[in-house]
Design a protein around this ligand. Structure first.
Ligand code: SAM
Length: 614
């Protein structure tokens, strides 16, 4: 039975919810107020209002209060017989229905300082072996209390904490570290701790076993019902729920059916089966409606989980309440991070500082879209995101939080970069083409001008050719003329030769000696009779001065008559001289000197005819 509601206490609970995100409104008032009062009394504070003032001035008090309110009592193998039953009767059957090597997912909700989670790890190691445990089993261990969680993460316990652990398990799974004992680090890896508020946060899903012991009992009936629905959702259709000794679950047979009521071990009831609702205190119509709503909720959650883009949701207290599978994988979040203040997580500042945008969205209640947020990965690689901040409001326009979506636009970014790059290359190529074009045009012009020059040269050559042809023709005709002249000359030469031969034979046949001299008195002709007379041959006399001849003729006596003849003073002179012939005999030589006619004004030479007078 709930005690009467004290408004000032409710105000204090509301204050705790708003200021620290701890919602105790669903807790049983009796034990809750008893514990708060005990804390107040230690400071001599009498009213909840004063205690609220005290909390405002002393923020450290929150931790002490929560330590008092959240009862962290726990132990290894707490209620040993129930654990034995689970280990020997329930789990072997449960695992037998699962495909070989399929993952086994377990949740210890309200795990306090970890003893329950490590108990689970030990019995799983016994049942499956270490190897299978490492490969298949994940034990999620959550609590609302961060202090308890940090103890749990250390996995360090005192010897007396291990009293309920069988001796063989102690030696197998614990090692001494100083005055403490540490849980086997190899098995420890199968346990994942994280903060999770059963009243506010989305449950971990697809579970085979859910251990939620001695936690539900602090919640009031209505809150228990709400939490049980979540636990129901969290389990696989054949999943098992293990509660604490004090938790009976009598009124929730529509969700869970006992496997062993004494040990508080239940199997999930599939809601579609109408018989499972026989114990419900709701009408059939309400049942259907709640089923449909549950289905819708599940579909919604599954759809959110399977979104291809990363999405996270932050509530008004700055707590990360949702992160879909893509977001968890992308940003290294795990389900244990749900329920943690955003500021404690790396995602709050990488790849971009989220908090200022969250503040802006909260203030302005308008969507913000940031394009091309770069995220550097290890090595040289990076990713680009379009990040969208969307305010979440309910139907009454109450602000509930902010949804942040990261759409991976790396491909488009890369594509854009590629396009820009290709564009730049095209521009360069274009410029190169233009310059090549210009060069080609220049070359073309040069070729044209060379062509024109060649044409001109050709024309010149043609005209030279024509000229040469003309000259050739002229030469040919000259040649022909020359040939004619030559023929004529040859004929004349023949005639002359004949005349010469005639004259020569005439000279030779003459019995008179004939000597012809020119105007310089050089001998031109000297015939055979002259040779016979004077003993000098023609070739010895030719060209020599007549007056210089050393012959039997007294040439000196002939000087004057010859000169007179040459001057034209006397036409023909005859004289007789004493001379000696070629044999040295004295002879009388008769001479006639006649002019050799030729020049118009003077004689060309003189002709001397001579004979021995007998
Ligand atoms: C008594 S301990 C139970 C520990 C363990 N399950 C066992 O049975 O030994 C109850 C635990 O529930 C946790 N708790 C209380 N309210 C919670 C909530 N809203 N969400 C999650 N854990 C909560 C407390 O912090 C505490 O560690």
């Amino acid at each position: 039975m709930e005690q009467e509601v004290d408004p000032s206490f409710e105000t204090l609970l509301e204050y705790l919810r708003q200021s620290r995100g701890f919602d105790f409104t669903g807790y049983k008032r009796a034990s809750l107020s008893r514990r708060v009062l005990r804390q107040m009394q230690s400071y001599g504070i009498e009213t909840y209002r004063d205690y609220q003032d005290y909390l405002e001035v002393h923020p450290d008090e929150f931790v002490l209060l929560f330590n008092t309110v959240l009862i962290n009592v726990t132990a290894f193998f707490r209620d040993t017989i129930a654990w034995e039953y689970l280990q020997n009767e329930v789990l072997p059957q449960l695992f037998a229905t699962k495909p070989e090597r399929s993952p086994i997912r377990i949740w210890s909700a309200g795990c306090a300082s970890g003893e329950e989670a490590y108990t689970l790890a030990m019995i799983l190691a016994k049942l499956l072996g270490r190897e299978q445990l490492r490969q298949r089993v994940k034990i999620y261990a959550t609590d609302i209390d961060e202090e308890s969680l940090s103890q749990a993460r250390q996995s360090l316990y005192r010897a007396q904490d291990l009293e309920a652990v069988p001796a063989d398990l102690q030696t197998q799974f614990f090692e001494p570290v100083g005055d403490r004992l540490i849980f086997d680090p190899d098995l420890r890896r199968a346990v994942i701790f994280g903060r999770h508020d059963l009243l506010q946060d989305a449950p971990i899903s697809r579970l085979d076993l859910l251990v939620c012991r001695n936690t539900l009992m602090y919640f009031n009936a209505e809150t228990q019902g709400r939490v049980l629905k979540r636990l129901h959702f969290a389990l696989n259709p054949t999943g098992v729920l293990f509660l604490g000794k004090a938790e009976m679950l009598l009124t929730h047979a529509n969700l869970f059916t006992p496997i062993n009521l004494q040990h508080r071990i239940f199997r999930r009831v599939t809601p579609q089966n109408r018989r499972d609702f026989s114990l419900l205190d709701t009408s059939p119509l309400e049942e259907d409606l709640s089923n449909i709503l549950e289905d819708h909720r599940q579909i919604g959650e599954l759809a959110f989980e399977s979104l291809p883009m990363a999405q996270i949701v932050i509530n008004i207290n700055g707590i990360l309440v949702l992160a879909n599978a893509t977001a968890r994988e992308l940003f290294g979040l795990n389900l244990m991070d749900l329920g943690r203040p955003l500021q404690d997580l790396e995602i709050s500042y990488r790849p971009l500082e989220l908090r200022s945008y969250i503040d802006q969205v909260s203030r302005e209640r308008a969507l913000i879209l940031i394009h091309d947020v770069l995220r550097n990965l290890s090595g040289q690689s990076s990713q680009s995101f379009d990040v969208q901040f969307k305010p979440l409001e309910n139907k009454s326009a109450e602000f509930l939080g902010v949804s942040i979506t990261f759409v991976d636009v790396t491909r488009y970014h890369d594509l854009q970069e590629m396009l820009t790059h290709s564009n730049q290359e095209l521009e360069t190529t274009n410029e190169e083409l233009e310059s090549s074009n210009e060069e080609l045009e220049t070359t073309n012009e040069e070729l044209q001008s060379t062509n024109e020059e060649l044409e001109t040269t050709n024309e010149e050559l043609q005209s030279s050719n024509e000229e040469l042809e003309t000259m050739n023709e002229e030469l040919q005709s000259t040649n022909e003329e020359l040939q004619t002249i030559n023929a004529e000359l040859q004929q004349r030469t023949g005639e002359l030769n004949e005349a010469n031969a005639f004259l020569s034979s005439l000279f030779t046949s003459l019995s008179l000696g004939v000597i012809v001299i020119d105007r310089q008195l050089h001998i031109l002709t000297w015939n055979h009779a002259a040779e016979e007379l004077w003993g000098l041959r023609f070739n010895e006399a030719q060209g020599k001065s007549f007056l210089g001849l050393d012959i039997g003729l007294p040439v000196e006596q002939l000087r004057d008559p010859i000169l007179q003849c040459l001057k034209g003073e006397k036409d023909r002179q005859e004289l007789v001289l004493k001379a000696r012939n070629r044999r040295g005999q004295e002879i009388q030589c008769r001479l006639s000197i006649s002019p050799l006619a030729g020049g118009e004004t003077q004689q060309r030479g003189a002709i001397l005819l001579m004979e021995e007078v007998k």
